[in-house]
Design a binder for this molecule. Sequence first.
Ligand SMILES: Nc1ncnc2c1ncn2[C@@H]1O[C@H](COP(=O)(O)OP(=O)(O)O)[C@@H](O)[C@H]1O
Ligand SMILES: [Mg+2]
Length: 245
Amino acid sequence: MSGLVLDGVVFHHDRTPFRFDLDVRRGEWMALIGPSGAGKSTLLDLAAGFIPPAAGRIVMEGRDVTDLGPAERPLSMVFQDDNLFPHLTAEENVAIGIAPRFRLGRRARERARQALDEVGIGALAGRRPAAMSGGERQRVGLARAFLRERPVLLLDEPFAALGPALRREMLELLRAARARRSDPPTVLMVTHHPEDARGFCDRVAFLEDGSVRAVGETEAMLGGSAPEAVRRYLGALPQGAKPAP
Ligand SMILES: Nc1ncnc2c1ncn2[C@@H]1O[C@H](COP(=O)(O)OP(=O)(O)O)[C@@H](O)[C@H]1O
Ligand SMILES: [Mg+2]
């Protein structure tokens, strides 16, 4: 079964047309790469239900969710901007992932604290976002998403603002969270850094000009024999981001 399918999904931003076909296997961790403006965030927003497609179908875990709102879809999403409530503590920000804000019971708080422990910031449970670093805030966002244990996890450049070492640490956290689940989530992760996919993602999808141009195993997509459009894109990146020759 597929975890997430976009089947002929059409959308227009003003006059820019997008048409997406993508099939993410159930339990797979897929990276979504491509030039800025290619439509990566648009694809995720369509999958999440934040914007409605003009045509096509979106299927999650075998169920057509095209007409469902974001909250009714079996997913969590993490953005680059951490999306935390500034007036809530880390623990509360995580707990609202599984309980309404006005009913944060002891059980929800305990589970939130455990989730914060798992991402290494249990000691900051009582802090508000303003008193945390960018990396710490992203950990809170991840803890919230992990705690929800939804079948599909959408990540829109969640670690883009972090340095290479921290990004790697975040990817390790995600890997560990997946390993803890008997039924790992289907993950679609937008990243600016193709090297994020190496060693972590099963497959890579390449987006250009509003559609998915290529999908393949990570090594095949990022190595020397990558499709030409992908190589062109990778070649345009700074030296450090190039694939090994
Ligand atoms: N809210 C919007 N209104 C109009 N155009 C938009 C909007 N959001 C994005 N776009 C356009 O759609 C294109 C794709 O955007 P986006 O999906 O954010 O790309 P990516 O995430 O790959 O950088 C951009 O070129 C942008 O001009
Ligand atoms: Mg984007």
